[in-house]
Design a protein around this ligand. Sequence first.
Ligand code: ADP
Ligand code: ASP
Ligand code: MG
Length: 461
Amino acid sequence: MGNRCIVMKFGGTSVGDARAIQRVASIVRDRLAQRPVVVVSAMARVTDQLLEMARAAGCGNRKSALTLARELRERHYNTAGELLGTALFTQFHGDLGGEFEQLEELLRGIAAVGELTPRTTDHVASFGEVLSSKLLSAALSAHQIDSALVDARTCVVTDDAFTRATPLFEDTNRKLRDTVLPLVERGCVPVMGGFIGATRSGITTTIGRGGSDFSASIVGAGLEAEKIEIWTDVDGMMTTDPNLCPDARRIKVISFAEAAELAYFGAKVLHPATVLPAIQKNIPVYILNSHNPACAGTRISARAPHSKNFFKAIAAKKRITIVDVAAPRMLLAHGFLRAIFEAFDRHRMAVDVVSTSEVSVSLTLDSNESIPALAADLARLADVKYEGRKAIVCLVGENLREIPGIAAHVFGELADIKIRMISQGASEINLTFVIDEDLVPAVVGRLHRVFFADPDPDTFA
Ligand code: ADP
Ligand code: ASP
Ligand code: MG
């Protein structure tokens, strides 16, 4: 491959309104020499709204679904009007209008049947990224940037696990090279929606909420990009969620492994699957702030320099349920754990934290509506109790296993807190525990004050 390209992904808040989109256009312009490929999320809150209208239609509530669609139409028209000027807007109006007609027709169909399937859910959800990519591509053209709209469904190929589809990398990479690369080579800026893809037979899929980050790295890996930039609304990956703790500091450099662990345990700034394709092709990922483009952000790469602090960051994941499975009759007999995990597998539920005793196992799951069905299934094997409104708190840092007294230090700070589960050592880099959800701000705030009182200037800004 000749000169390499870069991938620039803009999240919903980076394209939330016309001003934000103008900023994006000027950020892209500053990078033209690096041959950008742009991946864009739906405008802020749009995916939530689309899912809400899909649900309303699924309940047969046609009128409220169409009212929501009309509001969405107005927001996109207004934004386009502000961005494009009269001549371009007139041209573009019909294109946008065509999408809304399709969306409304789909909603009417769902309401008529009164049933919402995962497949139609994905079709409705896909409009967010279809619309935002059209808008951004038109906005770049209005800024005299030669851009080309690419429908992500023509190059991101996935399986048919609707609402959380998995990319098929071989097909995807081939299509990316065939469709996107020639545009880059022509000096054009390809713009495509994140989050969406299609099966081999062309049926629309989505790759899971927050998945545009993952799309960016799928595209980056497929095109063997020089780097992948994730543009968002904060200065980078921070020592904890800045919305939770205003003292959060920016992390300048972090390893793929640490970033993946943080993303998995609640640092929403990055979708947890993002790092995988990047690791495979050893492509550095940057987290940058579209509202503050001069800031250097966070660099995520294979190795991060040693830091003087024990921890890089603290993440918290709410909406967790603890499931306690007790087997008084079997005393963890051979095959018992397997039978339990098979039940989780049948219900397609991923377990995050596990702890066992001689007679019982405790596990954590994302709280969702299928837990009662799982519990009923498990009840055939053992006594089952479950309790929601819990949270996982995860401290991430290098070589934690090697640091004597680290657990005592952490839990000493939380001497008055009821800790429900503890896990350390599954990886060298995380120390994880489970508490009541409403304690998260206090616990994270307290640990942050202690462990980031004196941040190493080589690692933290
Ligand atoms: P985008 O729309 O750009 O994808 P997201 O809302 O998905 O943005 O992610 C950015 C948000 O992630 C931030 O506004 C912040 O509240 C949240 N966040 C959670 N943990 C962290 C963290 N450790 N560092 C930075 N941001 C975090
Ligand atoms: N728009 C999608 C969502 O809200 C994907 C993303 O923003 O990353 O989940
Ligand atoms: Mg996101």
